[in-house]
Design a protein around this ligand. Structure first.
Ligand code: 6GU
Length: 261
């Protein structure tokens, strides 16, 4: 997998390449990654990369020639890579887009800056436009890092065995279950007993239940769009039953029965 980032701030990527999983993926040749300075393709003594918009208006526009030169050079290096413009106008990046990119040969990520990019670049040099969410960043650089990070961890062999893809496809539509590590008691709060039991079947069941309840409480939209498994339906049905019982008992004995009022 080859990532080429085109940016006027290539130095922003140095600490990104040099830490954690990304560094390890580069060291182990799971990914190739480079940030190329668009300014290297700009003409003239001042190597200007932006200019005023035709028709007037505030803000500066990225000039087409340096971008075209940078993109052409990147295509020469990686002819099969998809050319992606990072812009708040793009389609929304999510786990399924990350998977799509992870299965490609490579991507050329073009970081927009200023108020935008000359439209002729968008038309003739770009295959796809991606946004990382509905807010406006000062440039595409942080979005490029988000995308490279999310895509890299999906590449086979980048994460350890336990974190591999099969768990991923699950975690994209339900939230990760609660996690604990030592000590078993922290500030008076114990780790749930089941996790210390060594009963793997019970532990797995507990994890699925906490995943589901969290998803229901924090991100109900994920649950609504998910194709539920039989086991998940059974768990949800049991909750419905338990909640109905509480409500039923309350309505029989009266709402004040338990408080004694
Ligand atoms: Cl990809 N670029 C910019 N400038 N702002 C954004 C974005 C991208 N995604 C969300 N906001």
């Amino acid at each position: 997998m080859n990532f080429i980032v085109l940016t006027i701030f290539p130095e922003m990527f140095n600490p990104f390449w040099e830490h954690g999983i990304i560094k390890r993926a580069i060291d182990r040749s799971k990914i190739l990654a480079s940030a190329v300075d668009i300014r290297d393709f700009a003409e003239g003594r001042h190597r200007i990369t932006d200019d005023r918009p035709y028709g007037g208006g505030c803000g500066m526009i990225m000039k087409p020639e340096p971008l075209a030169g940078a993109i052409r050079a990147a295509i020469k290096k990686t002819p099969l890579s998809k050319r992606i413009l990072l812009t708040p106008q793009g389609r929304r990046f999510d786990q399924s887009v990350a998977r799509e990119l992870a299965s490609s040969d490579g991507v050329i990520l073009v970081c927009g800056r200023y108020e935008g990019v000359d439209e002729r670049i968008c038309h003739d040099f770009i295959d796809d436009e991606i946004s990382i969410g509905d807010y406006v960043l000062t440039g595409g650089e942080l979005a490029a890092m988000v995308i490279i990070d999310a895509v890299t961890r999906l590449i086979p062999g980048v994460l350890g065995g336990k974190d591999s893809a099969e768990k991923d496809s699950f975690s994209e539509s339900v939230l990760e279950h609660a996690q604990y590590t030592r000590p078993s008691t922290f500030e008076g709060i114990d780790v749930p007993e089941v996790l210390l039991s060594g009963n793997h079947q019970e532990i797995e069941k507990w994890r699925l239940e906490t995943s589901l309840i969290r998803t229901f409480l924090k991100r109900r939209d994920l649950l609504e769009n998910r194709c539920l498994s039989l086991r998940e339906i059974e768990i949800l049905k049991k909750w419905c039953h338990d909640i109905e019982k509480i409500v039923y008992d309350q309505s029989i004995h009266g709402p004040d029965a338990l408080s004694g009022g």
